[in-house]
Structure formats: C-alpha cells, structure tokens
Write a protein that binds this ligand. Structure first.
Ligand SMILES: NC(=O)C1=CN([C@@H]2O[C@H](COP(=O)(O)OP(=O)(O)OC[C@H]3O[C@@H](n4cnc5c(N)ncnc54)[C@H](O)[C@@H]3O)[C@@H](O)[C@H]2O)C=CC1
Ligand SMILES: O=C(O)[C@@H]1CCC=N1
Length: 275
C-alpha cells in the first residue's frame, strides 16, 4: 500500500510525521511531491519517505493520493492528473478546506471514462496531528467503499482521533477542530501575556498556561463532568475564579468565541460556494 502526498506544507508534514511516529506505514510506503524542492527533500531526508520527481510520478506509484495543497490551486493541480488517477482504481483523499466531494468529483472527472466517479474521501484534519494529537473528520463519496473510508479513518487515527461525519457538518467541524487550534493557541498566549503584564517571565507563563489548558482539556475528555460542572468545581464562593469569570463575561468571552466560530463557518461556506 503506497500513500502519496501532493504538497508537503504545514498540514502534510504534520500528517506524515505523525504517520511515521505512529508507525501507521513504513516510510518506504509513503511518497511525497512538492515543487518546493527544499520542503520535499527535507521531509524525505528527515523521515525516510520517498520523494517523487513530479505529481505524475507520485500518482503512478500511489494507491492512495492525498491532496494537501491550498484549495485555490486544486483545479490547476488536478487537471493534468485526472486521467492518470482514473486509469486504475486509486483512492483520492482531500484535506482541502471548503472543497466538497462533488467539487472533487468534477475536478477528477474524465470525459468518456467508463469507470464512473473516482473514490474520493474528504478529510478535515488539524495541525495537532504533528504530535499525534490531531482531530479529523472523514466522509467519502458514493464510489468510496467502506474499506476506503475505514483506511482513511485509520490513517488519521494514527495521528490522533478521527470520526466519520456527514459532509453537511464539515463547515461547523472546520471551525471547532480544523481552525480552532489557532484559537486555543491564542487563548494560551493571552493567558501568558496577562501573566507577563503581572511580572512573570513569558516562557514560564506559556509553559504554565499550556499545561493547564492541556490538563483542562483532559479533564473534559476523561472526567464524567460537563465543562460547566468543572467550572463550578473550581469556583470557590467569593474566591478568585468567580471574580475572573465574571470579568471575562463582562467583556463577552462566550459571545466573542461564538462570533469567531461563526466567522470561520461563514468563510468555509464562502469557499465551498466558490469552489
Ligand atoms: N494548516 C492547517 O492547519 C490545515 C490545513 N488544511 C488544508 O490543508 C491544505 C494545505 O494547507 P497547508 O499545509 O496549511 O498549506 P501550505 O501552503 O503549508 O502547503 C501547501 C503546499 O502545496 C505545495 N504546492 C503548491 N503547488 C503544488 C503543486 N502543483 N503540486 C504539489 N504541491 C504544490 C506548496 O509548495 C506548499 O508546500 C489546504 O487545503 C488547507 O485547507 C486542513 C486542515 C488544517
Ligand atoms: O485556515 C485554513 O483555511 C486551514 C483549514 C483549517 C485550518 N487551516
């Protein structure tokens, strides 16, 4: 089984690193191509995966082709590859935001080909896959078999967690899992900067804030309690926490987060409409 990655930028690098670390496939069953030779060769050298000379060479030897380029250039990338991808059954996996299965099918369609639509599996991963802590949503088109989808779920489970999700929920999912690591990084940095304002060193404050957010996320995942129950657990009557919580709500923390999520969903839907 050979998995080829078209594009070795932030996300593909995170996934490939996680796949190697999670021993999902041996390095010689992963092949990468990127026109940026430095990125391509650096990844190949670092992880022992194979670097193809072109996308065409990558497709020729891949059973699964992962599209890890920016959504805007997918038409440009796929136009010269569609016939080759269709010449034998290959599974196409796209991680492109705002790019539907229907759009991908149209970009892969080959005039007169009798094979019908190519098996396409859409994934929304996140960058935390780099350390094996990713969260991915997966959905396949009608031509994708249960085994195809299961393989992709397993691939992303090797770099964190993966769930099957109806494509109709992908915009919302992108907001709270694809993009939200940036929101979480912002929250951690905001906690740290506030500590710096109070006189603590930035590196120490960042370590403290990050570990506390990590522990809090694990508490939500592993305790039987809801986030609100956990909040109540921390809030001592008349204590420090409730003073901070009320100040956060005074500035509209909850509605601000909801506003950010809505903006992300809107942008994904804009991209979907334009794709
Ligand atoms: N960065 C993230 O956290 C996430 C990104 N994604 C999606 O992953 C995809 C890639 O995003 P990033 O990795 O962040 O972008 P990136 O810009 O870091 O990587 C894209 C790579 O594609 C390469 N490329 C450009 N033209 C190419 C071609 N013709 N053939 C092969 N490679 C080519 C570029 O050289 C670049 O290295 C996007 O569709 C994005 O929506 C999805 C979830 C999370
Ligand atoms: O910002 C983006 O468009 C990509 C998709 C989700 C995370 N990064």
């Amino acid at each position: 089984m050979t998995v080829g990655f078209i594009g070795t930028g932030n996300m593909a690098t995170a996934i490939v690193r996680g796949m190697i670390a999670g021993a999902f496939l041996p390095p010689d069953e992963i092949v990468v191509f990127d026109p940026n030779a430095d990125k391509r060769e650096e990844l190949a050298h670092e992880l022992g995966v194979r670097a193809a000379e072109s996308n065409e060479a990558l497709v020729a030897e891949s059973d699964v082709v992962v599209l890890a380029v920016k959504p805007q250039i997918l038409p440009l990338v796929l136009a010269p590859l569609a016939a080759q991808i269709a010449d034998r059954r290959r599974v196409v996996v796209s991680i492109a935001a705002g790019t539907t299965l229907a759009k991908l099918e149209s970009l892969l369609a080959v005039e007169g080909a009798d094979g019908g639509a190519a098996p396409v599996v859409r994934v929304m991963p996140n960058v935390n896959a780099m350390i094996g802590a990713g969260m991915a949503a997966v959905c396949g088109n009608a031509a994708a078999s249960n085994e195809d989808v299961a393989f992709v779920v397993a691939m992303f489970t090797a770099v964190g967690q993966a769930i099957e999700l109806p494509e109709s929920q992908f915009s919302t999912y992108t907001a709270i899992a694809g993009s939200s690591p940036a929101f979480a990084y912002l929250f951690i940095d905001s906690l740290a900067r506030a500590a710096v304002a109070a006189g603590m060193g930035k590196d120490l404050a960042t370590q403290i804030a990050a570990q506390t957010v990590l522990g809090s996320a694990k508490m939500v995942l592993e305790s039987e309690k809801s986030p609100w129950d956990l909040i109540d657990m921390v809030c001592s009557p008349g204590g420090t926490t409730v003073a901070g919580l009320l100040a956060l709500e005074d500035r509209g923390f909850l509605s601000t987060v909801a506003h950010g999520v809505a903006a992300t969903i809107a942008r994904d839907q804009e991209m979907t409409a334009g794709s």
